[in-house]
Design a protein around this ligand. Sequence first.
Ligand SMILES: Nc1nc2c(ncn2[C@@H]2O[C@H](COP(=O)(O)OP(=O)(O)OP(=O)(O)O)[C@@H](O)[C@H]2O)c(=O)[nH]1
Ligand SMILES: [Mg+2]
Length: 385
Amino acid sequence: MPCLNEAETIEACVRAAVGCIARHGLAGEVVVGDNGSTDGSQDLARRAGARVVDVPVRGYGAALRGAIAAARGRFIVMGDSDGQHDFGEGFRFVEKLREGHEIVMGSRSLGVIAPGAMGFKNRYIGNPAISLIGRVLFGARSGDFNCGFRGFTRAGFERLGIRTTGMEFASEHIIKSAVRGLRFAEVPITVHPSGRSRPAHLRPWRDGWRHLRFMLCLSPRWTLLVPGLALMGLGALAMLLVAFGAFTIGGVTLDVHTLVVGSLLVLVGYQFVTTAAALRIFALEEELGPPAEGLRRLFNVFTLERGVVAGLVASAAGLLLIAAPIVHQWWSRGFGTLDPAVTLRPTIIGATLTALGVQTVLMSFVYSMMGVRRSGTAVLPGADR
Ligand SMILES: Nc1nc2c(ncn2[C@@H]2O[C@H](COP(=O)(O)OP(=O)(O)OP(=O)(O)O)[C@@H](O)[C@H]2O)c(=O)[nH]1
Ligand SMILES: [Mg+2]
């Protein structure tokens, strides 16, 4: 149980859990992860029969990670100590774990949500939205992604290498369990209104955003990569149409303006794509995201040096494309005002190419530096060279 200033409810929670363990004849213990309660929760928990672990790092995830590390069981069931979870239902998780499941999620939507147990924002907006995104992006089957009542095997949990310390712990835990293919089950649970009179620790907007941000950064494919490639494709098409002259279709003539807009789409799209790669490398290096064999192979080919050379060549070609027509015009007509009708087209194309090249050089360094910290064991070969 994570606990932060739950003096009003911690005793009842611990007693319920102790009772559940005894009733089912389990060899178990109640471990409370506390990181700084100032209301005497620790002593109340001990008196009710729990072992209290004082975790030096603040945050919900840190408290749980500390408690889980200290727990001695093969199976672990976690739940809140604010009175919302009914630890009498804890045995449902044990049954599923005994069947061989490695992560068992409590589900409020399959179970009972007592009146007043969940605020409108969390129940109808935050939780469904986060659950949906989690299912789509990571294939996590849970219908109640952020439920804090869960069971898991210690061995399975240790394989996850959890990193977060705040409320995102809840997302990281289930996402990684899904991504690593742990055997998954769901059990219905009941949630009650919390038994405390002080406000909740969870701050819906801030914590909801942190969950969302965490998920989007871990899986940039649908948020950045695919939109970026689409923008680049669209932009390239627009540029190709008018690269050599105006293009007329059904009475509409497209010309250099289309070229500028196409250039913009290509550049913005490329920024999306290169940022997606950076986030993905970060997730890999931090062991946060799913494994990425494709990306690994890609970076075998695109080493830092090759990236830099390719970028420099593109930039040089771009600059040449800008300079050549201008020099040519000056050469043939003498110095004077340039005629945009002649020079603008290659200038825009050249500028686009130069920007792509510079971005490639810079990002090559960024990617390579991201692999340096763990050099020797760099996930991306070539990144540590
Ligand atoms: N040790 C520790 N426990 C925490 C921390 N933040 C939250 N908790 C505990 O985690 C559990 C869930 O926190 P809540 O604030 O109730 O979050 P919630 O249940 O998602 O939100 P509500 O529906 O508003 O209650 C409670 O038992 C808290 O005591 C923390 O920073 N440290
Ligand atoms: Mg709560």
